[in-house]
Design a protein around this ligand. Structure first.
Ligand SMILES: C[S@@+](CC[C@H](N)C(=O)[O-])C[C@H]1O[C@@H](n2cnc3c(N)ncnc32)[C@H](O)[C@@H]1O
Length: 456
């Protein structure tokens, strides 16, 4: 089942194997305990009593693993799966194995992995790809996932459903628009996710968290979902829905909020295939606010704003000294006008492929990016030297303009320096565009462990 990577060089233990100082300082200031992790940690995860056995799906380069293992040595990733369908070369998997070893790693399409091949765990985690989650036919019959095969949410569903011992806790991450998609049936996909988690026997809470609103170096807004099996102490503690969402819950403790509006409550009714067809048809407004909880398909949701007044890390603090930046990252004088044009605001007439003229307009982007603020969201196209509207550009001390290096992109996601070494620079950027801000997982992981210790 597991593929081995005999040819991967593991690399030497190096000196700069940890997160850079501004990030370490942020972590020390915002958390009671902070662990620097060595860059290469090999070997089988040996679990002891009190450890939380973690299975990491859609592992990418291990953002969940880094965050959780930094939160506590009691989080032990016992198995992980990562497979990139769009390329032959499996860069994320290569990086993951260089970093954590090949033991317990699976580089296969998760749809082809039988549930029995996945070890039992206490916590199942994953940043599953954002897709259309609708199901064509009923999911009711045993093990029968009749939804579209490539739709990966239903692989998570299948694994939980078929597990002989369901994980006590689940922890997922997705883009913020998950709450609103698809455009024709706002909130349908999220309703399907919440309904299926409730049907599987979980209480599920969620929050949209922008890492920069809590002092982290990147404006990256993502939906985080935590679910607790109904027979756990945390699920019982969460029954008082609104206080849990606003003050007492795992997410509210890790990332404090204030209510912006009144909470609303509704239930998600019908079989999953009915929700697929009927949920919110024709209504423009999304049902789900940026915080909430579903208990037995009863949803309580409320619009919140962050309540944070602590240390903040900026893009400028994470930049390498100019002398350490390789020449290809600098923008040549010849290319500068193209960058300026793409970043600039425009109102122009364009011609479509089939010959129609149309008016095109867009606002301007910051150029260069401000060093005294957190960065914008890193996207998968951040790498490569071609001019782009969305890639970050900074101005150096000498007045030159340059793109961000792979190490700087790692820092913006709070990964250790050099984490993605071993693949090309543009793939390193792609991997960081897919990854998450590990500091968010770390804080949630810290509070989750506390709740496990005190509520179970
Ligand atoms: C949003 S990314 C998650 C990134 C990860 N959290 C990290 O920190 O790097 C989703 C991942 O799922 C992987 N993936 C997509 N389809 C898959 C499949 N069928 N089986 C396994 N992994 C898949 C992608 O290659 C990608 O790395």
């Amino acid at each position: 089942m597991m593929k081995s990577y005999d040819k991967i060089s593991i690399g030497e233990e190096r000196e700069n194997t940890q997160v850079c100082e501004p990030i370490a300082e942020y972590c020390r200031a915002t958390r009671p305990h902070f662990r620097q992790l060595p860059l290469f940690e090999m070997g089988e995860a040996e679990t002891a009593r009190g450890d939380i056995r973690v299975v990491e799906l859609f592992a990418g380069v291990g953002g969940f693993r880094i965050g959780l293992e930094r939160a506590s040595a009691r989080y032990k990733t016992v198995w992980n799966n990562q497979w990139e369908p769009s390329t032959k070369k499996q860069d994320a998997s290569i990086v993951y194995c260089r970093r954590f070893g090949t033991t317990g790693h699976s580089n296969e399409d998760i749809a082809t992995v039988p549930t029995e091949a996945i070890p039992a765990c206490d916590l199942l985690v994953g940043g599953f790809p954002c897709q259309d989650y609708s199901v064509a036919t009923t999911l009711k019959h045993s093990g029968g996932i009749e939804g579209k095969k490539g739709v990966l949410w239903w692989q998570i569903y299948r694994i939980i459903h078929e597990s002989r011992q369901k994980p006590r806790y689940l922890f997922f991450e997705n883009v913020d628009r998950l709450l609103k998609s698809p455009a024709t049936q706002r909130g349908r996909d999220f309703a399907l996710i919440l309904a299926s988690l409730c049907d599987l026997g979980y209480v599920a809470e969620w929050r949209v968290i922008n890492a920069a609103e809590y002092g982290m170096p990147q404006r990256r807004r993502r939906t985080y979902i935590l679910a607790y099996r109904n027979d756990t102490g945390i699920a019982r503690a969460a029954q008082d829905a609104l206080p849990w969402v606003l003050t007492d819950g795992t997410l509210a403790t890790a990332f404090q909020v204030l209510a912006k509006d009144k909470a609303k409550s509704f239930s998600i009714d019908g079989a999953l295939d009915e929700i697929s067809v009927r949920f919110n048809t024709g209504k423009a407004k999304c049902e789900f606010e940026n915080a909430g909880i579903a208990i037995g398909r009863q949803v309580t949701t409320v619009s919140t704003v962050s309540d944070y007044d602590g240390v903040r890390v900026t893009l400028g603090q994470l930049l390498l000294p100019e002398k350490d930046v390789p020449e290809p990252f600098f923008i040549t004088e010849d290319d500068l006008p193209k960058w300026r044009y793409l970043k600039g605001g425009k109102q122009e007439t364009r011609v479509s492929q089939n010959g129609y003229e149309y008016k095109y307009s867009e606002g301007s982007m910051a150029f260069p990016d401000a060093p005294d603020k957190p960065s914008r969201t890193i996207i998968t196209g951040e790498g490569g030297s071609g001019p782009s509207r969305f890639k970050h550009v900074v101005r150096t001390e000498s007045g030159r303009y340059r793109r961000l290096t792979p190490v700087e992109l790692e820092r913006l996601n709070m990964f250790p320096d050099g984490h993605t070494e071993g693949v090309t620079d543009s793939r390193r950027a792609f991997l960081m565009g897919n990854a998450l801000v590990t500091g968010v997982v770390e804080k949630i992981g810290t509070v989750l462990l506390h709740n496990i210790d005190t509520m179970e």
